[in-house]
Design a protein around this ligand. Structure first.
Ligand code: NAP
Length: 343
């Protein structure tokens, strides 16, 4: 089968196509012929070698896909051969075939395209887990979403609108802020101008914000952490700020880590605030929880309350360009890699 391999940690060109044997089907697993892949910033981090628990190169990356079930292990009942499924994997999805535990996939609902199915799982489950399960966002609360024009960011804004919360979106350019407004942001702020803390206070009449959903970290984390209101919840689930435009950017990494204030736990009770974190990769075994969250999210999709924002669709052959595009910070919404299209 054709697969893209991370040959060593480094810039986008370390991704190379190889002809590899198909992966083995595990007990309780399914084999899926991949139609489309959802590109995630985690894939960029994996290529740079800064994602937790990544294998040593060479390996096939990719954590999100849609396709057709072509083989099932004995005893699997949740899906059948021929079903169209969407789901995630612990790497391995940048290939014509992927094998995962059956609990990592679910049937694609009628009317959902391959591109939407490839763009749905990781973004909405991340936004749902951070905002609903961890932060328990309530109607009327004020929620900051950083990197708001991206895949998870636009998903989070749509959910917040549906739940009746007030969202404040941050992003690095005016164009991205326009994307955030189009996906439901009530207020927008340009990130990186050093005035986030003051502007968040102004926008909340000095009270501070109830929740922050932060996948950027570094100096943005420092400024928005200070802006939490009493009973505020801070959800940190990524650290995109440490990456350079093509490579890891060691100086940038050091600068952003040094900008990250250490939290001294005894100070949390007197401020009545909470710091939380998550990584879906390490939650994958909680498939019952993730499946029920996905079912709830797909009901919202059916009602038209949420819809993945696909910024760009790219054929498999142009995967390296797609990685460079995402790392250069130009992408908005989700980037989908189509394995059925040729360039
Ligand atoms: N923990 C988890 O389970 C989990 C799951 C999914 C995603 N995530 C994290 O959530 C974030 C969003 O994921 P995504 O796939 O939807 O990506 P994305 O938001 O579409 O793209 C990443 C965004 O990060 C922002 N960013 C800030 N500093 C950056 C830098 N130095 N280089 C590149 N981008 C930078 C950029 O937005 P601006 O230009 O507007 O700043 C960029 O658009 C990522 O950090 C990812 O690692 C974590």
């Amino acid at each position: 089968m054709r697969a893209a391999v991370i040959t060593r940690f480094g810039p986008p060109e370390v991704l190379q196509f190889r002809d590899l044997p198909s992966p083995s089907l595990m007990p309780g697993g399914v084999r899926v012929r991949v139609h489309a892949i959802g590109l995630n910033f985690a894939d960029v981090m994996a290529r740079l070698g800064v994602y937790p628990s990544i294998p040593k190169p060479p390996f096939v990356p990719g954590i999100e896909f849609t396709g057709e079930v072509v083989e099932i292990a004995p005893g699997v009942r949740s899906v059948r051969r021929g079903d169209r499924v969407m789901g995630f994997s612990r790497q391995g999805a940048y290939a014509e075939e992927v094998c995962v535990p059956a609990g990592f996939v679910r049937r694609v609902p009628d009317g959902m395209s391959d591109h939407e199915a490839a763009a749905f799982t990781v973004t909405y489950l991340s936004a749902y887990h951070g905002l609903r399960t961890l932060a328990r966002v309530a109607r009327g609360e004020t929620v900051v979403v950083h990197a708001a024009a991206g895949g998870v960011g636009t998903a989070a804004l749509q959910l917040l609108k549906h739940w009746g919360a007030r969202s404040i979106a941050t992003a690095s350019t005016e164009e991205k802020l326009a994307v955030a407004r189009a996906h439901g942001a009530d207020e927008t702020l340009l990130a990186g101008n050093g005035r986030i803390e003051r502007r968040l206070r102004e926008l909340t009449g000095g009270r501070g914000v109830d929740v922050v959903l932060d996948s950027v970290g570094g100096s943005l984390y420092r400024d928005s952490w200070r802006s939490l209101a009493t009973m505020g919840r801070y959800v940190l689930f990524g650290f995109a700020s440490v990456t350079g435009r093509r490579r890891l950017g060691r100086w940038k990494l050091l600068k952003e880590i040094l900008a990250t204030p250490l939290v001294f736990p005894p100070t949390l009770p007197s401020r009545n605030i909470s710091l939380m974190g998550f990584n879906l990769y390490f939650l994958a075994e909680r498939s019952e929880y993730l499946q029920s969250a996905a079912a709830e999210l797909l009901k919202l999709w059916k009602k038209g309350a949420i819809k993945p924002f696909i910024g760009r669709v790219v054929p498999f052959d142009e995967l390296v360009d797609a990685h460079a595009w995402m790392q250069s910070r130009k992408s908005t919404g989700k980037v989908v890699i189509d394995l059925t299209a040729s360039c």
